[in-house]
Design a protein around this ligand. Structure first.
Ligand SMILES: Nc1nc2c(ncn2[C@@H]2O[C@H](COP(=O)(O)OP(=O)(O)OP(=O)(O)O)[C@@H](O)[C@H]2O)c(=O)[nH]1
Ligand SMILES: [Mg+2]
Length: 371
């Protein structure tokens, strides 16, 4: 039986390691001032890149949440004296990238069309973005009484023409200032769909959530990870918790809380960014709820309290669905039910909070812009 548990724990550890070390490399190109840095921050849902600062470097620059996972690379422009078309792809090793975002605020140039054609012909997913769409919509209305749909049609036609002879399946009209309006949410779920396996999961975990669809995808990823942490915690639980009749590894459960909070954008760094998108009335209420969430799931004391209450509760919520995964734990008689129930509760609450934040961003999106 001990062997069974050891094998199971080993399997869990491998899966977790695979997820933690997975990398997704996504290149971003576009002219200075088009909003690349702002988009990088919006995609991460965290302020990572400097905005409004003219780049002095003419080299690629990598941005990540914490040094791994999703890597967004701000690429130098193609077709300059330093970066001629002929050697651009090889020198920057672009064939090793997973996908690309081509950003503009106007028409694409012949250099952009070259890059788009080269990359797509090599099978690389390339997403075409017209950023600062909010500015275009405001100008269309003020100058010509055009509706958002009118402006959308004009810009799309214009961009398709500038990328001739190829034509992207879709042009994403985005605003880094209003990430829940327009197409940024859709772009992120489409990028995730263009990836597969662990890279897809990693992207979904690391991207910000600007649509109900992305929350659904995040739930699926959180529910893939949760049983690994919970199962490992149960298998590892050698030290009995005072007052709780189950043994579980609290450190791992706290780590699980951190991972789930990160996926749903509930860490304090992430909220610092999101604050700029919220109406000022929404902030104090959400801050209080985030503090509650952190006390419950991100601290040892909170986890112990929850385990106590779960251990004494008789009602079980769909625990049966994890049975195939935790078979060895069940047969070993280890108190796995409690750690899984804790994990499910954690995911449910994180998602509810993320949904509330998303709704507050949507209703606050007319407020002063973030950077
Ligand atoms: N209204 C509006 N302004 C934006 C948007 N995206 C970026 N900006 C603003 O445009 C300016 C330039 O944005 P950056 O993100 O620094 O642009 P960049 O492409 O990184 O520029 P370089 O680093 O010089 O290449 C900043 O003042 C941003 O706040 C957007 O979608 N809408
Ligand atoms: Mg920049």
């Amino acid at each position: 039986m001990e062997d069974l548990i050891r094998d199971f724990a080993e399997k869990c550890r491998k899966k977790l390691e695979g997820f933690e070390n997975a990398e997704v490399k996504c290149g971003i190109t576009g002219p200075s001032g088009s909003g690349k840095s702002s988009l990088i921050n919006a995609i991460f849902g965290e302020k990572i890149a400097k905005v409004g600062v003219v780049e002095t470097t003419d080299r690629e620059q990598e941005f990540t949440h914490r040094g791994k996972g999703l890597i967004l690379v701000d690429l130098p422009g193609v077709g300059t004296p330093n970066w001629p078309q002929e050697t651009y792809i090889e020198r920057l090793r672009l064939t090793q990238y997973d996908c690309f975002l081509l950003v503009t605020t106007g028409r694409f140039t012949e250099n952009d069309a070259f890059l788009y054609n080269e990359l797509t012909s090599r099978g690389k997913p390339c997403f075409v973005l017209r950023n600062q769409f909010d500015v275009a919509v405001a100008a269309g209305l003020r100058d010509n009484d055009h509706s958002e749909d009118d402006v959308r049609r004009q810009i799309e036609a214009n961009i398709r023409e500038s990328l001739q002879p190829s034509s992207p399946a879709r042009v994403y009209l985005t605003s880094a200032w209003h990430p829940t309006k327009y197409d940024l949410g859709l772009l992120l779920t489409d990028v995730s769909d263009a990836l597969s396996g662990i890279k897809r999961e990693r992207f979904i975990a690391d991207m910000a959530s600007y649509s109900g669809e992305s929350l659904k995808k995040k739930r699926a990823v959180a529910l893939e990870l949760m049983p690994i942490y919970a199962g490992l915690a149960a298998a590892n639980g050698l030290n009995p918790i005072p007052g709780v009749d189950i043994a579980a590894d609290i450190t791992l459960l706290v780590k699980m809380g951190g991972a789930i909070a990160q996926i749903y954008g509930l860490t304090s760094n992430q909220f610092e960014y999101i604050k700029r998108l919220l109406g000022s009335n929404a902030i104090p209420g959400l801050l209080a709820k985030l503090a509650q969430f952190a006390a419950k799931y991100l601290a040892r004391e909170g986890i112990v309290l929850l385990l106590k209450s779960i251990a004494t509760r008789t009602a079980t919520k769909q625990v049966a669905k994890w049975v195939p995964f935790v078979g060895p734990l069940v047969s070993a008689g280890i108190a796995w039910k409690s750690t899984f129930m804790l994990g499910e509760q954690m995911v449910d609450e994180a998602e509810a909070l993320a949904r509330e934040i998303l709704e507050a961003i949507v209703s606050g999106s007319k407020l002063p812009p973030p950077q």
